[in-house]
Design a binder for this molecule. Structure first.
Ligand SMILES: Nc1ncnc2c1ncn2[C@@H]1O[C@H](COP(=O)(O)OP(=O)(O)OP(=O)(O)O)[C@@H](O)[C@H]1O
Ligand SMILES: [Mg+2]
Length: 242
């Protein structure tokens, strides 16, 4: 099976710091791939490189067989890559409905007017914000802003969704709901690259996981097996826990 996303020997430096160091991974259609690793290991930088927020210093990124490494973010979004941010970004002074409508205008199949409005309502329902369409995004709780950000990402009708700690900070009930939502998206065929510290979610959702440490890939495989590997435990917890 050919990969939907193929990342080869990707590297990115900030001054003298090598934030991503020759990382390779592949992700197939309909799959949730986990990308995990301790704080500062380079996960968000990988998301930024794939989505075009940052340009790689070296390496290649392919989406559906097409080279996208180094393209501007808007071009990559048009080709079907959407993301949520570790630090949520919504248009605070606009209503939830307007936030999603704005995203719909920029997807691979741009929507305007009535069509955009009904589509935006559907997406807000989907993420559990059906009753909030007229509420200003800036007035939402943090968790609801994350829901809104996901609705915006889905508005781009992506082939690949990049989730940067989307489940972080949820209470147990919200976590179950959030995981259910992501599972339903996957079951509809949406592929996701999921950066997450919530291991319960990694175990429950990901078919495979890639582990980073200091910018490099140190393990890859089934979640249960990878999380039990000594080098992964050491990367997370330090030598004394191995
Ligand atoms: N714009 C930047 N300029 C300089 N250094 C940066 C920049 N972005 C990230 N870094 C550094 O690159 C390294 C990787 O950061 P990154 O945010 O990718 O880690 P992460 O794995 O997402 O961490 P966390 O789990 O805490 O979110 C860190 O040392 C970080 O300080
Ligand atoms: Mg991060």
């Amino acid at each position: 099976m050919s990969a939907l996303l193929l990342v080869e020997a990707l590297s990115c430096r900030f001054g003298g710091l090598v934030a991503v160091d020759g990382l390779s991974l592949e992700l197939h259609g309909g799959e949730i791939l986990g990308l995990i690793g301790p704080n500062g290991s380079g996960k968000t930088t990988v998301m930024n490189l794939i989505s075009g927020a940052l340009r790689p210093h070296s390496g290649r990124v392919w989406l559906g067989g097409r080279s996208i490494g180094g393209l501007p973010a808007h071009a990559i979004a048009r080709l079907g890559v959407a993301r949520t941010f570790q630090l949520v970004r919504v248009l605070g002074s606009m209503s939830c409905l307007q936030n999603v409508q704005a995203a719909l205008a920029f997807g691979a199949r741009p929507l305007w007017g009535r069509e955009a409005e009904s589509s935006a309502h559907r997406l807000l329902e989907r993420v559990g914000l059906g009753a909030f369409s007229q509420v200003r995004a800036g007035e939402l709780t943090y968790i609801d802003q994350k829901r809104l950000e996901l609705a915006r990402a889905l508005g781009l009708a992506p082939r690949l969704l990049l989730l940067d700690e989307w489940l972080a900070g949820l209470n147990p009930t919200e976590l179950q709901q959030g995981m259910g939502l992501l599972a339903s998206l996957r079951d509809e065929g949406m592929a996701m690259l999921m950066v997450e510290h919530v291991m319960h979610a990694i175990r429950g959702l990901c078919s495979r996981v890639v582990v980073m440490s200091a910018g490099a890939r140190i393990a890859e495989g089934l979640p249960e097996q990878v999380l039990a590997q000594p080098e992964v435990v050491i990367a997370y917890l330090g030598q004394e826990h191995a």
